[in-house]
Design a protein around this ligand. Structure first.
Ligand code: DAH
Length: 346
């Protein structure tokens, strides 16, 4: 009989579609097509009137049986799909674990902390000064004559008549000594002073692998009765060995700075070739760290310290340069590019 054959075909097709529905949305489509209000089963039920009276009973039972079977299969599939969605995909035990990306200090900050830490242990306190300075602290008090070439506008960032971006951290020597004199007077009762001052400095230099318009220096100053050049040598030799290794040699070459007399440049044995001669030290075996010397009496006069009673030493090093030696970095621009591939190495 045609109706029962069609019914059997529908049953097979509906069960197959339900079993293969992969999502609730697909399953819903299957329901609408086969057992929904305008679905195939409904249509077949409507055709029961075509069946002759002798077969009506059997056809009716069969229709109801198929309806329940398909509905039940649909319900079961719906529950199964909901369960597997709730469980989610099985975890993959071979995947690497989740890690938290950790930040770290900038290599320059690490280097700076290292340098100030060494001097701190030697009894130097850490002081800071302003990056916008006046002419007195950047030049006058440091014994730089009015016609000194670095006062030229082309060598300093000038903001207005009496405001510049400091070109050196030596400014902080002046500020700290002024403050000290303000508290204790610059005479017999003045206690000794030992400070280091790390910070940014600015010069309108063209940028290349070893120059930048914004760089950092660490300044040092020690003032006491009877401070001698040998003290300066001792502290700086110790600093060099602590920073670059026990076998680091130091040498002092005569030089000139307006604020120190005598003045020297400090060299250390090349950290790359250990003194043998290489490209970095231009086959010299030595690299320059920075300037130093004995505080010029004119500087003491400018801040009101009695230069008959006190002597002092001072030094100033470029931090980027020291950090480049210490960390083996060949280009000063790396420090400011913020390239994470570089920064993550430290
Ligand atoms: N201020 C100098 C510069 O920027 C470095 C310097 C040299 C600082 C000698 C000092 C010093 O304190 O004694 O080139």
């Amino acid at each position: 009989m045609a109706l029962l054959e069609e019914l059997e075909a529908l049953r097979v097709e509906a069960l197959r579609d339900i079993a293969s529905a992969a999502s609730p949305a697909e399953l819903e489509k299957v329901r609408a097509g086969h057992i929904g209000r305008s679905g195939k089963l409904k249509e077949l039920m409507g055709r029961i009137k075509e069946v002759p009276p002798t077969g009506k009973r059997e056809a009716g039972q069969r229709l109801n049986a198929v309806k329940s079977e398909v509905e039940q299969a649909w319900e079961d599939r719906k529950t199964a799909l909901a369960d597997s969605a709730a469980a989610g995909p099985l975890p993959d035990p071979t995947l690497p674990g989740l890690t938290q990306a950790m930040g770290s200090l900038h290599p320059l900050t690490q280097a700076m902390d290292n340098f100030t830490g060494i001097f701190n242990r030697l009894g130097f306190s850490i002081r800071h000064g302003p990056e916008i300075e006046d002419v007195f602290h950047n030049f006058d008090a440091l014994n730089m004559p009015d016609d000194h070439p670095v006062r030229d506008q082309a060598d300093t960032f000038v903001l207005d008549d009496n405001a510049i971006l400091r070109s050196q951290t030596s400014t902080v020597q002046v500020r700290v000594m002024e403050e000290h004199v303000g508290k204790y007077g610059g005479g017999r009762k003045m206690p000794p002073l030992r400070i280091v001052s790390p910070g940014r400095t600015y010069r309108p230099d063209a940028v290349d692998a070893t120059h930048h318009y914004s760089f950092s220096q660490i300044e040092g100053l020690a003032v006491d009765r009877d401070v001698a050049f040998s003290d300066l040598k001792g502290f700086l030799a110790l600093f060099a060995r602590e920073t670059f290794g026990e076998d680091t040699a130091t040498r002092f070459r005569p030089s000139f700075f307006p604020f120190t007399e005598p003045s020297a440049e400090l060299d250390i044995s090349c950290v790359f070739c250990r003194g043998a001669g290489c490209r970095i030290c231009k086959q010299q075996g030595w690299v320059e760290l920075g300037g130093c010397g004995m505080v010029d009496p004119n500087v003491f006069d400018a801040v009101g310290i009695d230069s008959e009673l006190f002597t002092g030493f001072a030094f100033g090093f470029g931090i980027e340069r020291l950090a480049m030696f210490m960390l083996g970095i060949d280009d000063i621009r790396r420090f400011t590019e913020n390239d994470l591939r570089f920064l993550r190495q430290f």
